[in-house]
Design a protein around this ligand. Structure first.
Ligand code: 2HA
Ligand code: ZN
Length: 276
């Protein structure tokens, strides 16, 4: 007799994906098919819900992900709308396993209308590989089209130090939430290995990478934490938008105060930003 598996709809990781995609949509950061998420799962989290020997389809990849061979991810689908994930999870999401050869992935659940993993899979997997090298608890890569951060990429300096400094100034929490600052890459065609490689290189030092005129990539240990990281940076960018609309800064948090904050919360601000 075969044991009945619990339905995957009761899996905490699936419920978290539904909540997160809905929240991102509600905030206006994932219009149409904008945005994508990948969430690294432990095999023991998957086994109660899925027969992992039942591979539905295998999809080739044109880059080497062998460092992730055998690893499981729940990912959003290519061309799918975050707006629709909650009402139709099995078409808009998929559970995949990276093949032993590192050159393809196996679909174990989802993408039921013949779909595939996000078009940004190269960036996602390259970022996972990089973050796992520096943080053994790393699990989540999240991309979305945060309105005010995109707007700032037109009006503000794209120098990482200058952009980071402005965001730190806009909300007191920022320095505590991302003391390492944010990375910025040049404009590159999305969905390519080239943008994945450029982003992953930044992810060695930071968990937030701005794609100018496009959106943001965040990394973290849980969906909540990664969402919170992006939310915090985007909130600062929103405040910046309003500060500019109100006529600009008349006063701000000083570098000395930012350092006091760092000391109080025991974080180390990225070098070269505070002029102390
Ligand atoms: O998935 O956001 O960057 C659509 C995108 C591509
Ligand atoms: Zn995008």
């Amino acid at each position: 007799m075969t044991m009945m598996k619990d339905t995957i709809y009761s899996a905490p990781f699936l419920q978290e994906m539904l909540d997160t995609t809905s929240n991102l949509y509600r905030l206006g950061w994932d219009e149409r098919n904008g945005g994508n998420i990948s969430y690294l799962l432990n095999e023991y989290e998957v086994l109660p819900y899925l027969n992992v020997d039942n591979v539905k389809r295998t999809v080739p990849m044109n880059f080497d992900a062998s460092a992730l061979a055998g690893r499981y991810f729940i990912v959003t689908g290519s061309g799918k709308y975050f707006k629709n994930v909650k009402k139709n999870p099995s078409e808009n999401l998929g559970l995949i396993r990276i093949h032993e050869n590192g050159r393809s992935y196996e679909i174990l659940w989802g993408f039921e209308d013949g779909g595939e993993a996000t078009s940004e899979l190269p960036t996602h997997l390259m970022n996972h590989m990089k973050r796992l090298e520096v943080d053994k608890n790393h699990r989540v890569i999240m991309h979305c089209h945060t309105t005010n951060l995109i707007a700032m990429s037109f009006t503000h300096s794209l120098k990482e130090e200058e952009l980071t400094k402005t965001l730190w100034e806009m909300c007191t929490e920022c320095l505590v939430v991302f003391p390492e600052g944010l990375g910025v890459i040049p404009w590159i065609v999305p969905g390519t290995n080239a943008i994945g490689e450029a982003t992953a290189k930044k992810m060695e030092e930071v968990r937030l990478v701005l794609w100018p005129h496009h959106g943001i990539f965040g990394a973290g240990t849980t969906l909540d934490e990664t969402f919170g990281l992006i939310e915090t940076a985007e909130k600062a960018a929103e405040v910046y938008t309003m500060v500019c609309a109100q006529g600009g800064k008349q006063q701000t948090i000083t570098d000395t105060q930012l350092q006091e904050l760092a000391d109080a919360f025991d974080v180390t601000p990225r070098q070269g930003i505070l002029g102390l």
